[in-house]
Design a protein around this ligand. Sequence first.
Ligand code: ADP
Length: 592
Amino acid sequence: MIGKTSYRRKLFIYFFIVFIVFTAAITAFQYNREKQYKAKELERVLESYTDIINSFIQYNNIYERNNFSELDSIIKILPYQDIRITAIDYNGEVLFDSFYADYWEMENHENRPEIQSALFDDEGANIRFSESTNQDFYYYAKLYDDYFVRAAMVYSMSAREFLQTESVFIYFIVLIFIITTGVLLYVSDKVGKSILKLKDFAIQAGRNEIIEKPVKFPENELGTIGKQIINIYNNLKKTNSELHNEKEKLIHHLQMVQEGIAIFSKDDEKILANNHFIQYLNLISDIPAITADHFLKVKEFKPVNDFIKTQTKKAETSYMKNPPVKKLSIEKNKRFFEIQCIIFQDKSYEVSINDVTKAEKRKILKQQMTSNIAHELRTPVSSIKGYLETILNNQNLPPDKQKSFIEKAAIQTERLSDLIHDISMLTKIEESANLFEIETVNINSVISDVIENLQSSIQDVKAKIECNIRKDTKVNGNKALIYSIFQNLLENSLKYAGEKPTIHINEYLSDDNYAYFSFSDNGVGIEEEHQSRIFERFYRVDKGRARNNGGTGLGLAIVKNAVQFHKGNVSVKTRKGGGAEFLFSLNKDPAA
Ligand code: ADP
């Protein structure tokens, strides 16, 4: 409100000053014109008097007779008595003056301005103050051949008089002033509203407030500008908040990712760093409790630091498409890290640290696995090759020998097939676990199937199986994997527990999430020194014996992986009274 009043008052004062100056100028101009007009009018009146006087002088031969006192008679009959008539000869001598009886005593009038003018132009006028009458006089003199006749009148043209006589003009000026003020206030009000609204908006925007209510501007140019400014402001605000949200998301994302990421300014000041970055920095550096800012001081990063120094010193170049990148691999305390540094256009830079230990270890494991597989395959393949070559190269081999070699080759083929089956099973669990179908699996019926399929082996060693599993024990899992758990464990017991073993399969505990099983036999068992490694691929206690038994060395690795697929654990111990006992759990719903 204050703003509005002061704005309008100011506008009014400015306008008032301009108007007053303008009015004063017009009045002064008008006053002068009027003055000139009045003077001219007076001059014409005075001229008519001088002409009458001259006519009188001529008619009565007053000049020739030098009897100017006769002029008194005509002056008395003139309509306007206040006019002073003076007759002056060519040399300036006063011949007659109607206001002074002793006119012959008057000083020479040659130097009077009106006389001087009349000398050259035949007529002349002058306004002068008369000390004898204390008034301004308008003198008009005209040259008539030998003498001048001068007529003078009291001249008053004061401003007050002018204003009194020009009252219509004054009323007109006042009216114009009132009308213009009204129009001005109306226009200023309209413009003022727009300005006021813009001012309110500017204050709100300055305080960074959100403009919720739509601001209504008057329909004029200023209003349109105001609307546009608010639109631009709102769009800017919207974009800013969107940008802020995106930034928040990005920061959130940076905190969530496994990668350690930090961004530094070109002056090596940290802009942001996630927790993993600091964690990895601590793992790599020998300096304890390090912060992101210490990145440049860690000696392990020297190649990256050197790269940053050379790149940031370089002259400005356009990096937009291919920013300079430096990659570095670090191995520290049996952990592997990959470092990447990107220099941005403004010479700020991003450093990311990736813990690739798992991937690296998997790579090493894979390499070992591949060489193990090659090694495991070589034995049966060379055996088969040997048997077949012997038969082929010895045409005269007796048929029973031939048959024996073919049978041995067949056993090796069987071994080869088992090996390939186990390898593909393990690879599938590890690399395409999501391909295993999940269904409700009844444990009892799976065990029954296993026993049924291994019946001939069971009978071979005269094994006794005691299964103590509740009929309704169900697990939401993969049937083939659960089958392979029990199959491998049973096969092992049949292979390694000796003659007439007793095998116990128990469900010893069950809760809401897990079912707990024990699988044991009363055979030779597994010595403690081997128990921690028994689940490794291709690990065998007695290599010769295991191979002879047809073992691939992958059975327990498959068991471990299948149990882990069901989010369970497996361990081995020596059973009370001898023999091996495997304890394992299966999550009832591993997919949940
Ligand atoms: P394999 O295919 O050779 O049987 P496994 O991974 O199944 O491979 O078993 C690894 C080793 O553990 C076997 O070589 C064997 O020595 C030992 N083992 C497994 N189960 C038993 C068991 N029930 N009793 C004694 N030793 C066992």
